[in-house]
Design a protein around this ligand. Structure first.
Ligand SMILES: [Zn+2]
Length: 164
């Protein structure tokens, strides 16, 4: 059964709410539930109209239920890639902010630079090994990490010959 829900004084804007009494499935054309995980006013209007005093399970996200803790992985999977992408970008931003500060300070002094570079490379190697990442182009080995070092100070020319 499909119901049309519209504003009382403005019927031009209307939403289509489908309700299947057998499977107790309810959906609205505004797709607020699919987008935000919360049932919309149009769904509530139809439930109220049908005198259904209980929210159908199909409009309750598992993460809002008592089972959320047990089904945590399931709920997380249901949130899909959108959530995980945002989480990754958020972490990336946080890490980059820390790294920028670290780089700004460490690059001012040769010993700090060498020490920080070694620590960072070791962390990269540990994490790559932990997650079995084979990043051929990056800092995947200690040898690669030591490629870029401080430039060797040029010897000053003195009196036409070489000096130490
Ligand atoms: Zn709706």
């Amino acid at each position: 059964m499909i119901y049309t829900v519209a504003y009382y004084r403005n019927a031009r804007k209307a939403w289509r709410v489908s309700f299947d009494a057998d499977s107790i499935q309810i959906k609205c054309s505004c797709q607020r539930f699919e987008t935000h995980g919360l049932p919309c006013a149009h769904i509530f209007a139809v439930l109220f109209f049908l005198d259904i005093g209980e929210l159908p399970k199909c409009v309750i996200m598992p993460r809002w239920t008592k089972m959320a803790k047990q089904g945590h992985e399931l709920a997380a999977a249901e949130q899909g890639n959108w959530m995980s992408d945002n989480l990754i970008y958020s972490r990336l931003g946080g890490l980059m902010s820390c790294c920028r500060r670290l780089c700004n300070i460490a690059s001012r002094n040769a010993d700090d630079y060498k020490s920080v570079r070694e620590k960072v490379c070791n962390e990269i190697i540990l994490l790559e090994a932990k997650h079995e990442v084979d990043n051929g182009a990056g800092c995947s080995s200690q040898a690669n990490c030591s490629v870029v070092m401080d430039p060797t100070p040029l010897k000053r020319r003195g009196g036409g010959g070489t000096s130490d």
